[in-house]
Write a protein that binds this ligand. Structure first.
Ligand SMILES: Cc1ncc(COP(=O)(O)O)c(C=O)c1O
Length: 293
């Protein structure tokens, strides 16, 4: 299936109450979400047939929708069941799950008070997000675009509109041969990559940006917990860009990225060290260990 465009594949997508053949899960061009970014989504991974932190992802989708002023058409419990069903219907065990909710077509303008809320769940096979960077280390550019201030956008929502500057930053990075870009926040502190949170290691202590204006990723929360359970000190704080040259190791975390070591950020180099590799291994074991799901 890899390589085929995402609208031209075999399989089933759950959409607005029923499973539809993959190629028929369509929306009209005059859909509010397409014009005004009134859409929220999730990115989840299943390991050996079970979605890691499924409920947390469903709850975050509902919270993202609330942040945009709408409710999901179904309760969180039903969403969790449907995600498992969607995977099973497509015969998947190790999969990526993409629920998405959006405002429809009844009104076309900035206001969308009467628009129906739609919901779809797609599932597909997906390998490592950063390809061979999991062994070699990802190379990151430093983005020109900054994560916006909390009083300019609902910055904790996983909402389509927040990804516009991520795509711009990632495209600019890829054009220069990098895997991704690290973004600063509106104040100039280190924030995150375009689809993953970031951690640094110095003298056995882990430092990670305080997620006060970007997503506090479910993987990020898991890694902070795993580090503390391993008696490793984790400091969540504002990180100045000039500190980058003082850090020894760096890694990214995210549902897609899992734990991915970083070898370079612009002019700064990092070793792929023991602490990073230990966390990578611990996370890989955790997501496949049934008692933890
Ligand atoms: C911008 C951004 N930051 C961080 C993350 C990591 O979040 P999570 O670990 O919940 O996947 C993601 C991925 O969803 C993301 O898109």
């Amino acid at each position: 299936m890899s390589g085929a465009a995402y609208d031209d594949r075999d399989g089933w997508i759950w959409m607005d109450g029923a499973f539809r053949p993959w190629r028929e899960a369509k929306v009209h061009v005059l859909t509010h979400a397409l014009h005004y970014a009134s859409s929220v989504f999730e990115g989840e991974r299943a390991y050996d047939g079970v979605i890691f932190e499924s409920r947390k992802h469903s709850e975050r989708l509902a919270a993202s929708a609330a942040a945009l002023g709408f409710s999901l058409p179904i309760p969180v419990e039903q969403l969790c069941e449907l995600k498992q069903e969607a995977m099973a219907k497509n015969g998947l065990h190790d999969a990526y799950i993409r629920p998405v909710a959006w405002r429809g077509s009844e009104m076309m303008g900035v206001s969308a008070q009467n628009n129906t809320i739609h919901l779809a769940i797609a599932t597909w096979e997906w390998g490592a997000y950063y390809g061979d960077a999991r062994t070699k280390g990802a190379r990151l550019d430093i983005a020109q675009w900054r994560r916006p201030a909390p009083d300019t956008i609902p910055c904790k929502a996983k909402a389509a509109g927040l990804y516009m500057i991520c795509t711009l930053s990632k495209h600019e990075a890829e054009a220069k041969g990098y895997s991704d870009a690290m973004m600063m926040d509106h104040r100039g502190y280190v924030a995150e990559a375009t689809g993953a949170n970031i951690f640094f290691v110095k003298g056995g202590v882990v430092h990670t940006p305080d997620p006060d204006c970007f997503l506090d990723g479910i993987t990020r929360q898991t890694i902070v917990r795993l580090l503390r359970e391993s008696d490793i000190e984790v400091v969540e704080r504002h990180i100045e860009p000039q500190e980058l040259e003082t850090f020894e190791q760096c890694f990214l975390t995210g549902t897609a990225a899992e734990v991915t070591p970083v070898s370079e950020i612009g002019p700064y180099n990092f070793e792929i060290g023991t602490l990073t590799l230990d966390m990578l291994g611990k996370y890989d074991r955790l997501v496949r260990s049934r008692p933890n799901r």
